[in-house]
Write a protein that binds this ligand. Structure first.
Ligand SMILES: Nc1nc2c(ncn2[C@@H]2O[C@H](COP(=O)(O)OP(=O)(O)OP(=O)(O)O)[C@@H](O)[C@H]2O)c(=O)[nH]1
Ligand SMILES: [Mg+2]
Length: 426
């Protein structure tokens, strides 16, 4: 296990509103997984069919009573709600049930915060957390003001002092956000330089995208171990939600001299908080600038179709449209009676943990990123030996033969190479 096993387990009750959405069951399963990932132990789940949340208490009146009783019965002091709640809904529910209330957004933010390792990821999560806190500041201040009022009659001065303190807290948070933004800009500026350098090399970018825990990093590592320029440079992969929070880019060199860059990045989940999506826009830019996307799907999960819809929705939200995509149905080894590795157009069914599967994936990627190439026969006179070594270094040589006039090669060339070697084409 990679998780810190010493983290104390908090017991929680999950609550959710069934707003007549066919996705509701999937979302509650997802919430269960998110809570478990955050070291929470789910002892019960309470749901209510309501088209719209109660604006004051999220659940209707009777349901709040039922929740209170369930909390007492199970001896639980925390509730996790499936939606993002307004500050007043949280406050009212807390007051009426006596339990702490956490919403889906806060839960996801917590997981991201505990997973963030790099400076960039930490700064991005911190911004999202501070932004979540901003509108909620008043809530905690109000409680304090109420207490002051109750104790001493609530004079104008204490209220005024309270509001000034609230204003100070707000300004302090806004200042912290702007410092973090500056820090991110500096890190990004560095990143863009690197990206620009790569663009100059005229090398294709392929990005792995998809739902969290689908196997993106496993595919990355499988390919790095086989084709990586540096085979030791693997990335973190683990059976947990949001194992990856930063983008890693690796150069892969195929046996025929072709190279491409593969990037692995943060996974998706439904209703990813908008603040997080905005904060991670830079990290996700790798996908936005790719020549080809490889969508990885956990084919062993019964909810894989919903996960694909979530991926499509998130890509749209971050402005990734019009990039060609290969779909990988991964973990086929865990799905009984599945034939794999298998390809049907741009859809590949495979198991990232097996070499034959990775070969088929590379072949499928190659079809896309090599579409600008042409295969021709060249006859290079023996006197032009230097050209042969140049071709060896920069082109895909499919076959070599020696004739009386010179070396006969079957090669795959880029458009500029075609022009350069035109006079040798047979
Ligand atoms: N049996 C099996 N397990 C797999 C396969 N691919 C990945 N896994 C496992 O699935 C889990 C998640 O894999 P990761 O590669 O970390 O998933 P990810 O998509 O990078 O997840 P995030 O970084 O959280 O978005 C790990 O425990 C992997 O070992 C597969 O083809 N077969
Ligand atoms: Mg990963």
């Amino acid at each position: 296990m990679y998780e810190n096993e010493l983290v104390p387990i908090t017991k929680v009750l999950l609550v959710g509103l069934d707003k007549n959405d066919p996705q509701f069951g999937y979302q509650m399963t997802e919430l269960t997984n998110l809570a478990t990932a955050n070291h929470l132990e789910i002892v019960a789940m309470i749901t209510q069919k309501l088209n719209r949340p109660n604006s004051a208490t999220y659940f209707g009146k009777g349901k709040v009573e039922e929740l209170k009783e369930a909390l007492e019965y199970h001896g639980v002091e925390m509730v996790v709600a499936n939606d993002e709640l307004s500050p007043s809904q949280i406050r009212n529910l807390e007051q009426q049930t006596g339990a702490k209330v956490m919403d889906r957004t806060a839960l996801i933010l917590d997981i991201f915060a505990s997973r963030a390792k790099t400076r960039l990821a930490k700064a991005q999560v911190a911004i999202a957390q501070l932004q979540y806190q901003l509108p909620r500041l008043r809530t905690s201040m109000n409680i304090r003001l109420d207490q002051q009022t109750g104790g001493g009659g609530g004079s104008f001065t204490s209220r005024g002092a309270g509001e000034t303190k609230l204003e100070m807290n707000r300004r302090h948070i806004e200042h912290q956000i702007s410092l973090l933004r500056q820090e991110i800009e500096e890190i990004e500026a560095d990143d863009q330089t690197r990206r620009a350098r790569r663009d100059k090399q005229n090398i294709k970018n392929v990005a792995l995208v998809g739902y969290t825990n689908a196997g993106k990093s496993t595919i990355m590592n499988g390919l790095v171990r086989r084709f990586g320029e540096n085979k030791e440079k693997t990335v973190f992969q683990a059976d947990m939600l949001f194992a990856t929070l930063e983008t890693s880019v690796r150069k892969l060199n195929l046996p025929d001299n072709q190279s491409f860059l593969l990037s692995d990045t943060v996974g998706f989940v439904s209703n990813l908080p908008h603040g997080l999506v905005a904060a991670f826009r830079a990290t996700l830019a790798e996908a936005a600038q790719a020549d080809l996307l490889v969508q990885v799907v956990d084919y062993a999960d019964d909810h894989y179709r919903e996960m694909m819809a979530t991926t499509a929705q998130t890509l749209k939200e971050i402005g990734v449209t019009d990039i060609p995509m290969i779909t990988v149905f991964n973990k086929a080894d865990l799905r009984p009676e599945t034939i794999y590795p298998d390809r049907d157009g741009d859809t590949v069914t495979l198991a990232a943990v097996e070499d034959t599967s990775l070969d088929l994936l590379v072949e499928t990627i190659r079809r896309h990123i090599l579409s600008d190439f042409a295969t021709v026969e060249l006859l290079v006179p023996f006197s032009e030996g230097a050209l042969i070594s140049e071709l060896n270094d920069s082109a895909i040589i499919n076959a070599t033969d020696y004739t009386e006039e010179g070396t006969l090669l079957s090669v795959t060339l880029t458009a500029p190479q075609l022009a350069r070697f035109e006079k040798y084409i047979q």
